[in-house]
Design a binder for this molecule. Structure first.
Ligand SMILES: [Zn+2]
Length: 343
């Protein structure tokens, strides 16, 4: 089959590789669409340690089942599917408690951090275990279904925040995940929705996605301006979708006393932490990791057009042109959002 292979750091090649084998509980999916994730862009230069070459990346995908292993029960060739980006063991303590995203020995599709290597969906075919598959609603296209993964990541964060109708929220980082967090918060009945991003394109899109106010972090007195639109208290909840110290501290500064912060971005391994502000203002800070069962809801929301994924797709391009798109996204001076590759 043809695949986009990371043969060494920073070098993607569109080339022939052997078709994947499937195990008894797996299906072979003919890939119809696969989105380029920020973690692929940041990972391919070796900086995250999670894309050790050689590797076929790609974990935001959809396609058609063309072969089923002999223990596969509820899936057939011809089924239109998407799948979770996490392959989790079914007999794990965390999985059995309902937190498969935290399970030991979980693996992410299209990732190779050293202790495992699992080829992903920037290829004609990908092998997927049956227990992570989801059926596509009839009216959802393959390209739209490839967006289910980032929407599910956003929904997981929104659900963890325990947001209530009428709350005020701020989102730092209005890229793909941040954009979906904005859309979902609007859907949840948030009253004041604030987006902060250093890209003018992202801020313009944020307003279309439902943000009531947008700020560039280089503006002065952001904290005063945000206070002024949140009853002089600050937002009830902050979502951090960048993953660096400056934006985490910004969330801590902005949120009201007793407020909550959900951390989704995780670019930096360590950051400086304003301990006293968090303790004396009784902030509640929670990490949000990947997806924990949000797929089915997300596919329904996309099918019913309650979440608009099309607005966040910047381009749909052939897989063979992948190397060029990865380059454009790495520099991303154009304010590109999601790019979807089609084998
Ligand atoms: Zn991703």
């Amino acid at each position: 089959m043809k695949a986009l292979v990371l043969i060494k750091y920073n070098e993607l090649v569109y080339m022939d590789v052997p078709d994947p084998d499937i195990m008894e509980d797996e299906v072979l999916v003919k890939v119809k669409a696969c989105g380029i994730c920020g973690s692929d862009i940041h990972g391919m230069d070796g900086s995250t340690g999670r894309r050790i070459p050689p590797l076929i990346m790609g974990h935001e995908a959809s396609g058609i089942i063309i072969k089923t292993g002999k223990n596969v029960r509820d899936w057939n060739s011809g089924d239109r599917v998407t799948f979770d980006s996490t392959v989790y063991p079914l007999n794990d303590w965390y999985t059995l408690r309902g937190s498969y995203n935290l399970s030991d020995k979980r693996e992410v599709i299209g990732v190779s951090p050293g202790n495992y290597r699992r080829n992903g969906a920037f290829a004609e075919f990908v092998a997927v275990p049956q227990h992570i598959l989801y059926r596509l609603p009839e009216n959802v296209t393959f390209e739209q279904a490839a967006m289910a993964e980032p929407v599910a990541v956003a929904l997981h964060a929104v659900n963890l925040s325990l947001v209530q109708l009428g709350d005020s929220c701020v989102v730092t980082g209005a890229g793909t995940i941040g954009g979906f967090i904005l859309q979902l918060l609007k859907l949840a009945g948030v009253n004041q929705l604030i987006a902060i991003d250093n890209s003018r394109v992202n801020l313009e899109r944020s307003r279309k996605l439902g943000a009531d106010h947008t700020f560039d972090p280089s503006e002065t007195r952001i904290q005063d301006k945000v206070r002024a639109i949140t009853n002089n208290r600050g937002p009830d909840i902050a979502f951090e979708a960048v993953g660096i110290g400056a934006t985490v501290v910004m969330c801590i500064d902005l949120v009201r006393k007793g407020g909550r912060i959900v951390l989704v971005g995780n670019l930096s391994e360590y950051i400086e932490f304003p301990l006293q502000k968090v303790v004396t203002r009784e902030l509640k800070i929670s990490g949000s990791c990947a997806i924990n069962g949000e797929y089915a809801t997300v596919l329904e929301l996309i099918g019913k057009k309650k979440v608009n994924v099309d607005q966040q797709i910047s381009a749909i391009a052939p897989l063979s042109e992948g190397p060029g798109w990865f380059n454009r996204l790495r520099n991303n001076t154009e304010g590109l959002n999601k790019v979807i590759l089609v084998p």
